[in-house]
Design a protein around this ligand. Sequence first.
Ligand code: HEM
Ligand code: HEM
Length: 182
Amino acid sequence: MRGADGQGGYTAVAKLLHWLTALLVLGMLGVGLWMVGLPISLTKLYVYAWHKWIGLTVLVLTVLRLLWRTRSPPPPLPATVTAWERRLAPWGHGALLVLLLAMPVSGWLMSSAGGVSVVWFGVLPLPDLVPRDSLTFDMLRTVHHWLAWTLVAVLVLHVAAVVHHDLFRRDGIFRRMSPFTR
Ligand code: HEM
Ligand code: HEM
């Protein structure tokens, strides 16, 4: 079966990318919301730098994930999934993937507009995507903020859908992405 591991689940690579991204993104959302309230200090600068570096790592993981997806598409959904859920699922997953690209790209654009070039993990200097400009910076800051809350909302729906399937339908949707099943 194309894209599946033979038992209707995601491949080990897809699972690794999913759970690594999930861990990093949940951390990024928490740290992001916390760090903006910190007083100007060395700690704040340090946390901002790590926020940017890990955020760009999420970008790389998402690009790898999309490439992997073209090679190995998601396994077909089980028969217990209703017609409307079948139509909705790719949109939900698509929205998550778009947000996983839009979050880091908007952050990178914001940093460039704010006049702070990113040197990834202090080693790889990245190009500025837009010239320094305070109006553009403010606009991108708002975009980054609202994208983050949109991501939170879609994630709540994502987890609710998985819980609903496994708790009420018991159709093994979680097992498809579980790090503990092969
Ligand atoms: C930041 C957190 C998360 C992100 C960004 C995320 C993103 C995604 C994406 C994009 C897919 C689609 C995979 C693909 O088709 O290539 C997916 C699938 C899945 N996710 Fe998550 N996820 C997150 C957290 C979680 C959590 C906490 C759970 C567990 C409750 C979970 C359970 C699943 C399951 C079971 C699937 C497979 C659904 C299916 O059967 O097709 N995810 N996730
Ligand atoms: C998965 C990727 C990312 C997530 C989930 C994320 C999440 C967040 C969140 C939740 C905030 C707080 C927003 C607010 O309350 O206004 C924030 C702020 C910020 N993010 Fe990100 N971010 C990501 C990637 C990036 C990247 C790649 C950069 C830069 C290269 C970046 C730069 C910033 C900056 C500079 C702020 C502070 C803005 C301010 O001071 O108001 N972010 N981020």
